[in-house]
Design a protein around this ligand. Structure first.
Ligand code: IMP
Ligand code: MG
Length: 173
């Protein structure tokens, strides 16, 4: 397997993140906003999106694991690293790289809701359209994509290819 056709190029990502940042800036004006990125995949999205949010935001990270070394979702979610801070009464925006089955975010959302944030929303760069196994409300979506396995811009195949500056579809050699 190798990265093949570019699905979302660098320029499209940059343009869309600027739009999403502007939208988020308007929506959270005057509010105490905490951005929570889901590691490892969302590290690049977090860095780029945060620069387009013109508010004094706080950032934090969670690490969860829903995949083993396979490219199929297991439905099993483990918290590998929890937040460093309390989120009660705060406005929390989860920053994700991709939503596939939706099981990871469904678990995460319920886990964070128990902590009683003032609000809890989701921003994802990519959404595999129509294949979610659980209903999931996503406030900010970068791009809807087909259900192919993709890599780059944070997304990996067995740990590699996260550093590609674009999103590409995997192809057979
Ligand atoms: P979900 O729980 O099925 O929605 O999967 C969410 C997680 O699976 C994402 O945060 C990614 O880490 C990983 N994932 C889902 N689809 C892809 C893909 O196409 N490429 C790389 N990782 C993916
Ligand atoms: Mg991920």
């Amino acid at each position: 397997m190798r990265p093949g056709r570019v699905l979302v190029d660098e320029e499209a990502i940059a343009t869309r993140l600027a739009e999403m940042g502007a939208e988020i800036t308007a929506d959270y004006e005057g509010k105490d906003l905490l951005l929570v990125a889901v590691l490892k995949g969302a590290f690049m999205m977090m860095a780029d999106l945060a620069r387009h949010i013109l508010l004094p935001v706080d950032i934090d990270f969670m690490a969860v694991s829903s995949y083993g070394a396979a490219t199929e979702t297991s439905g099993v979610v483990r918290i590998l690293k929890d937040l460093d801070q309390e989120i009660a009464e705060r406005h929390v925006l989860i920053v994700e790289d991709i939503i596939d089955s939706g099981l990871t975010l469904d678990y995460l959302r319920r886990n964070l809701e128990v902590r009683q944030p003032a609000s809890l929303e989701i921003a994802t760069l990519l959404l595999k359209a129509g294949i979610q196994r659980v209903p999931i409300e996503v406030k900010y979506v970068g791009f809807e994509i087909p259900p192919d396995f993709v890599v780059g811009y944070g997304l990996d195949l067995v740990g590699k290819m996260r550093n590609l500056p674009y999103v590409a579809v995997m192809e057979e050699d």
